[in-house]
Structure formats: C-alpha cells, structure tokens
Design a binder for this molecule. Structure first.
Ligand code: DGJ
Length: 729
C-alpha cells in the first residue's frame, strides 16, 4: 500500500464514526461494542456465558466485522484457570480470579463471592452504560463510558448498587481497568515527588508483578499524582504508541499496574482499597471517580496535548469560554504572616504599576494569625492588622484596576483558635487517642454536615461581604487519625469518600452563588491537583518550590498531565531553594510558561528590575493566549539534556513561542540547534527575541526551515535563557 493510501485509510478510520456521529457502535449478534474517537478505538464484548471481556484499546479501527466475539480460553493447568488468561472488563472478586479485582464486597453473612454477568446496556449519543449483575444476587454494577471523539479520550467510571434486601459492604470499588494489548516490554511513566519537589517524571520498565501508585493521605498528594502513561518501551515526544490515563479524585486513590505471567498488562484504578469499607444498605449505591484514558500513536507529546485540550474544553469551569488567566501578585514570599493594610497597599501600588491584574493577599490576615501556631479556623479579619476591615484594602486594590484575591485554609484548625475551643469534636479523631498535629494544625472532619455547613457559611460570608474575585484554597497537611466517632463504627470509614464529596459540594455551591468567583487549589504546593478538583478551580499551585531551575523539572512533569493554563507560576526572589540565584529574566521566562504570577518582594526591586518586570509582563500578555490555550511541544527535557526547550503554538497557528534554558555550559560548547514543531511549513514566520541572542542574522524564516534546519540560540555560561516569539506573516 502506498503511503498516501495508508494515510487516507487512516483518516477514514477516525473520520467515519466521528462524522456519522456514531462514536459508539453495537453489533447485537456478536454482542460487541466499538467506541471510537479520532485517535483511538476501544472494544468490549460479551462471552457466551455472559461475562464481559475487554477486546481492544489502541489506534482507530473502523470495521466492526474485524473484531471477533470473545471465546473461552482453555485451562492451562489447575493453577492457571481460564479466568486468569482472559481480560475481564470489570472483574468482581469471586470464582477463580486471583488478580486485582475491580469490585469486592462482603455480604452480611460473610459471603464474599461476586461473579458479574452482562444484564443490559444503553447507548445515548457518546455515552454507553453496561449493567452487570451477580450470578445469584441482585448486586449490580453499571459501567459508564463516555467518548470524547475530538480529544481521543474515554471517560470511565462505575456504580455499585445493592438491590438485595440485605446490607453489604463494598471493600473495593475501582473506576476502571485499562488493558494494554497482550505483550511484554512495556514501560510505565508516572509522577512522583514530595513537598517542594512534586511531579518528577519517572520512566521505568514494567516487570512481572504489581506496582502500586497511590495516596493514603486524604488528598491527591505530592508523592504520586493520579496520572500514568504506558508505552511500548520506545516512544518519545513525537513517536510511538502511548496509552495514558488520569483519575479524577482528590482523596485516597490507587493505581495497580499489573503484568501477569500471561502477557497481560493492565492498570486498575479508583478508590484506594487501603482502610476502605463502604456499607450499602438495600437500595443504596456507590459511584466511583471518573477515570479518563486515551491513546496516542504520536508519542508522549500528543498524549499530553490530548489531556490539555480535554481539560480546557470539558473539565475546567466555563470551558473554552473562560477567561485567560490574569497576571497575579501574591504576598506570601514577600511578607509571610506579616500582613497589614499599609504593607499590602504598598505592594499593591507597585504590583499595579508592573501590570498585575489580580492581587492576592496570602496567609496572616485573620484571627490571631502571626505565625503557624494560631488562628486557623477563625476566619474573621484581624482588627490590629486591618483596623478598617478588608474593605478598605480591597477598594484600594480595585481602585488600582486589579481584582482582589484572598488566601484561606478552610479545612484546618489550630488548637489555639476560638473554633477549636468551641468545637474540639469537629476534628477527625479516634477518641482517647492523641491527635497528631502537623504544622501545628488538625484536620476538620469535612464528612460531617455541620462542618461542611460551617465552612460553606464562612466562605459565603467572606465572598458576600467583600469584593473577592479569587480564593486561594490551601490545605497544608494530610489526614491522620481519620476517625468519625459520631457515626456507627461500620460507617466510619465512609469518611474517605464523604469528605471529598462535601469538599466538592462546597466548591460547587460557592461557585453557583458567586458566579464571578475564581478559586485556586493549593495543598502546600501541588498536593491537590487532579481532574476532579479541576472541575471547580481555575488555577492550581504546582509547588511551593519557586526556584526557577528546580521548577523546570516540576513543570515538565506537571505538563505531562495538565495544561499550562492552570499552572500558577511565580517569579520570586533569589537566592531561593538550594541557595541558587538565577537572573530575573530567567525567572520570568520559567514562570511565563504557565499562568504568570509575581511573588517577589517588590519593595526590594531596583529600577532595572521594575523596568524588566514591566516589559516581561507586557510581553506575557501578548503571548498568554498561546501559552495557556495553545499546543505544547516539549522539545528538550531538563531530565536528560543540558538544554530545556518548550514551544507553544497558538490554536489558530498564528503565533508560536519558544522558551529555552541552558543549564551549565562546558568546554565552550554551543547549545544544540532547536528544531521547532507544529508550524506550517509553507508559511513565513517573523522571529522576535524576548531575551537572548540568535546566531542567525535574519528575522524571517519559513516553517519548513524552522522545523528542519532549526534555530541556534547563543546560550552561554550557567542558567542562560532566551525566548523567541514567532508571528506568522
Ligand atoms: C502553603 C502554600 O503553598 C503557600 O503558597 C502559602 O500560601 C502558605 N501555605 C501559607 O501558609
């Protein structure tokens, strides 16, 4: 077949189902479903005995007839039963299944066997529900599928329903199992880290056995982020097959990556099974979090872009109609807890002159909050620091043409607070056991409805009485002693689920009541970043580490899963973490790759700093639609190269921006030529340097030249940086 024919067939493969509006096809005689998007297909079938089998996930297929109905596998030995050789789409724990189950229950009488069979299904547009039922009892599981044809992504989740007359307890409820095509030699990518070192990208071969990525901490966590990618071991940013997924849950979650002895590789993910027990009375049900999955034939870059596009269009509040992120100033690194009206006014005056659009006052404005030992829980303004209340400062900030934002940490309480003195029982705790404090604070039990109402009330009052455009919602410690003594012992572990449901409810109600309010999710940096919180917030704080060189790797990992639009990135003072000092221009260019913020102490800015910052902010406003809404191409990685290079291409292709950072030049070596991506090879681009120098002398180049011959930046010494804007002529 010629390359052209192959291309046409490939195009047809995804155009046909999408164009006919049939992203989901069903063949009734074969009992097979084919779910199609522009870049992937997914097939499931029912076996003769009624069990549901995964059949295919990968590059697009268009011919239903190609897919065979699932058949029985022969027992290999009494130790390798047929169930182990087949890819069960959503296995209950029962019968001869010894791998990670999708759902595990226990009945009142101790019976734990659950074997699920197809019962019915329903297709509505891009959505498919398949209902399964236990072979004996009326315990039902509905599998939900939603295809996003234009983004190449499938959303999956499940609902476990107790339709029997007796109570059951759900011990494991997973959102989905994602199966790779049978084989070996796969490689897993995931995001690992800790406080101030989040989203470090790890790539390692998948070996036989299980690998667990999880949070047991009550929040999404800094240690692992609920994202994975699996490739055939040879993919790079531009090439190769990549299967990827991201779970939408901000509480305890778990991915189990399994390679079995039968050439099966799969990822099971959903609620963490650790300490999990969710009782269901007759008629009750449990919904699992959404698990989004996609496939790319064009490497890790296309996989990330698919997620970025989905987030901007389908996940973030307001979708594509939401505004571009404003340039933000945050007081934290400048003043820490020492906030007061005069000091904040002074910073606001300076920030406004630089071109800042949103002024955020961080920690220290409330209760007896002079350090981290007191005040959390007392969300009334400190009268010594703000004798005229917040209004006077907010009016001043608004008068300067900026919106006002406020830091809050609603889920927490200090022992030294009026709230804790009044309601010590509101903290999650095991009676008569110590209550562990971290950063001198405890976690309120948000699973309780009185706590939920209190938190909603406090925030609603603040937003009603003041012109607050933005809350920075922080959460500075994980759970401990997650007891809920007020409910029956059997119900206490529901806390792991109800806490987050109430968190989401508060955010939803606040947003509904204050439609202009925007929210940032922060958890001591990037501890609460996931696709479910993203439905309710405009920005996230990726890390408390604002040191620009460290930030390159944090941002590289972050960008695997999340769009630059939500990534709050600040320019701060030096020396910073690691005692490192980089130039102000370098720090700006690092932060300009996300939603730009300034966290410096502006009182220390020299005239030259002020001039540079003003110019950089103006430049950022010119390019932010490209950075926040465009396609990201990671051209060179800080993990493996002496040069980090990222390029953003505007959605309409008219502008592109290249950022490049040299780490440490040795032997007087020139940096490598940078080959750009995503341009129109026939178009001519005008090249403009934001900072840095080009070896080339002309300023106009064809897309073909830029992508094939490339640009040569003269980056010298340590921590040199440059940025180039390309405007299509
Ligand atoms: C942790 C956050 O990540 C910081 O940005 C800052 O808001 C502090 N908390 C305030 O206590």
């Amino acid at each position: 077949m010629t390359r052209t024919n192959a291309l046409i067939l490939g195009m047809l493969a995804w155009l046909l189902p999408a164009a006919s509006g049939q992203s989901i096809q069903y063949n009734a005689s074969k009992k097979i479903w084919l779910l199609n998007s522009q870049t992937s297909s997914y097939a499931i079938g029912v076996k003769a005995d009624g069990s549901l089998r995964h059949l295919y996930w990968g590059a697009p297929l268009w011919r239903m007839d190609d897919i065979a109905s699932p058949v029985d596998r022969r027992e290999l030995s009494s130790f390798d039963p047929p169930e182990m050789l087949e890819n069960d789409e959503y296995p209950g724990w029962g019968g001869t299944r010894y791998y990670e189950p999708s759902v595990k229950i226990v009945r009142e009488n101790g019976n734990r066997d659950l074997v699920l069979r197809y019962a019915s299904h329903q297709i509505r547009g891009n959505e498919l529900d398949i209902e399964l039922k236990d072979i004996r009892d009326d315990i039902r599981v509905t599998l939900h599928y939603r295809v996003y044809p234009e983004y190449g992504i499938l959303r999956r989740s499940s609902t476990v329903r107790n339709a029997t007359a007796r109570p059951i307890v759900v011990e494991s409820a997973q959102s989905a199992v994602w199966h790779m095509p049978p084989g070996e030699g796969y490689r897993l990518s995931y995001l690992n880290g800790r406080w101030a070192a989040e989203t470090q990208l790890v790539r390692e071969p998948i070996h036989p056995g299980d690998k667990v990525l999880e949070s047991r901490k009550g929040h999404t966590s800094h240690n692992f982020n609920p994202w994975f990618a699996i490739d055939t071991g040879d993919a790079d940013e531009e090439h190769g097959r990549v299967w990827f997924g991201a779970l939408a849950w901000s509480g305890n979650w778990r991915f189990t990556v399994e390679q079995t002895p039968y050439r099966q590789v799969r990822v099971t993910g959903g609620y963490n099974t650790f300490d999990f027990a969710y009782p269901l009375k007759p008629g009750e049900s449990l919904d699992t979090p959404a698990f989004y999955g996609g496939f790319s034939e064009r490497g890790f870059g296309a996989a990330s872009r698919a997620l970025h596009n989905l987030e901007r269009a389908e996940i973030l509040p307001g979708g594509l109609t939401s505004r571009l992120r404003p340039v933000l100033y945050n007081s934290w690194e400048a003043t820490t807890f020492n906030v007061n009206e005069a000091g904040q006014r002074e910073l606001a005056d300076k920030a406004a002159k630089l071109g800042v659009e949103l002024f955020v006052m961080d920690d220290g404005w409330f209760g007896a909050r002079n350090d981290d030992h007191a005040g959390l829980g007392d969300w009334f303004v400190n009268p010594k620091k703000f004798p005229q209340g917040l209004k006077s400062l907010i009016d001043h900030v608004n008068g300067l043409g900026m919106d006002f934002g406020l830091w809050v940490e609603p889920e927490m309480v200090n022992a030294n607070s009026d709230l804790y003195r009044a309601h010590p029982d509101w903290v999650m705790n095991f009676p008569d056991r110590p209550r562990s404090e971290l950063r001198n604070q405890m976690v309120l039990n948000l699973a309780r409805s009185d706590v939920k109402e209190y938190i909603f009330g406090v925030l609603d009052k603040l937003a009603t009485e003041n012109n607050i455009r933005y809350f920075k919602w922080d959460m500075n410690r994980p759970f401990s002693e997650p007891g809920w003594p007020e409910v029956a012992p059997a119900d206490q572990r529901k806390l792991w689920v109800e806490y987050d449901r109430n968190l989401y409810e508060i955010l939803d109600r606040l947003r509904a009541k204050h439609p202009k309010l925007e929210i940032e999710s922060c958890s001591g940096g990037g501890g609460r970043v996931d696709l479910e919180i993203l439905k309710r917030v405009e920005e996230v704080w990726a890390s408390d580490n604002t040191e620009a060189f460290d930030r390159l790797r944090i941002q590289e990992g972050f960008s695997q899963a999340y769009t630059a639009k939500i990534m709050s990135a600040w320019v701060t003072d030096v020396p910073n973490q690691n005692g490192r000092s980089t130039s102000l221009a370098y720090r700006f260019l690092v932060a300009m790759q996300g939603a730009l913020g300034i966290g410096s102490n502006l009182n220390r800015f020299s005239a030259a700093d002020t001039e540079l910052a003003t110019r950089m902010i103006a430049t950022y406003k010119r390019i932010r639609a490209t950075v926040q809404g465009g396609d990201l191409y990671r051209l060179s990685s800080p993990r493996t190269e002496d040069l980090t290079a990222n390029q953003y291409v505007a959605a309409d292709g008219r502008q592109s921006v290249l950022f490049a950072f040299r780490h440490s030049q040795q032997y007087n070596t020139a940096p490598p030529t940078i080959l750009l991506r995503g341009l129109d090879e026939r178009a001519i681009y005008k090249v403009e340097l934001v900072t840095g120098r080009l070896a080339e002398t002309q300023t106009e180049f064809s897309g073909a030249y830029l992508m094939r011959a490339g640009l040569n930046l003269t980056l010298r010494g340590d921590y040199d940086a440059a940025a180039v804007i390309l405007e299509r002529m």
